[in-house]
Design a protein around this ligand. Structure first.
Ligand SMILES: [Zn+2]
Length: 230
């Protein structure tokens, strides 16, 4: 087993609709926002955790690969399972599969400098750097409405993200990992373009586009847009 190469994706996500990447309400005063978005606790700046992007791409890949059973995170001991090989598996499964380390690593995505300035302006104008959206649940019998308050990162904001991917030569000169990069990682990026990120995507939250997408310095934005799923 030899680490043949590490591929690097550098991109920028632009939010096309308000997006909810949930944080913790623990630090919020009672009566305040009970559905906060996630922030860096030191700077209070909005960010998208790498785990959140990874989780979304993994779930969509599990669905595409027919690996969804019973609602748990998929993990198996098949050496060539695309989900486990790319996104990781349990320690026990890993011992049997002998497929080496998790191939993908997704870093936290941070606000672009321009978006930081935009949010600063928004905060000066409104006192907030996010949008609070009220949604109603309607009781089907009494028609009584239960409003809830959701915080969203506003549309138009951009985050820089970075993904690395290890290609291991497992006696195949890295061919399986090279194939999985196309079939799992690039397809997964297309899947989040179609599905969105964060919570409430079925209600229109979290729609995105890539305003930049470089794979080892090569612009693959159009190629990813052109991937057909299914
Ligand atoms: Zn698996």
């Amino acid at each position: 087993m030899r680490l043949k190469s590490i591929k690097e994706i550098n991109g920028t996500i632009k939010l096309l609709t308000g997006t909810r990447i949930g944080g913790s309400a623990d630090l919020i005063e009672i009566g305040g926002n009970d559905n906060p978005v996630i922030r860096n606790p030191l700077t209070s700046e909005l960010y998208i955790p790498g785990s959140s992007l990874k989780g979304k791409i993994r779930v969509l890949t599990e669905w595409l690969e027919g690996k969804v059973e019973g609602g748990e995170v998929h993990s198996c001991d098949k050496n060539d399972c695309p989900v486990c090989r790319v996104f990781g598996r349990s320690a026990q499964n890993s011992k049997v599969a002998k497929s080496g380390p998790t191939r993908i690593s997704i870093k936290d995505a941070y606000l672009t400098e321009e978006s930081k300035r935009e949010l600063e302006k928004l905060k000066n104008r409104t006192g907030l750097d996010t949008e609070w959206k009220y949604e109603n649940n309607i009781n089907r019998i009494t028609s009584e409405a239960t409003p809830r308050n959701l915080e969203r990162i506003p549309a138009g904001i951009e985050f820089d993200f970075k993904i690395t991917y290890k290609v291991l030569d497992m006696g195949d000169n890295g061919k399986i990992d090279e194939d999985m990069f196309e079939k799992v990682v690039l397809r997964g990026l297309k899947a989040i373009l179609l599905e969105g990120i964060g919570g409430g995507t079925s209600r229109g939250n979290g729609q995105i586009e890539f305003t930049k997408l470089l794979v080892d310095g090569e612009d693959l934005k159009d190629s990813i847009n052109n991937i057909v799923i299914g």
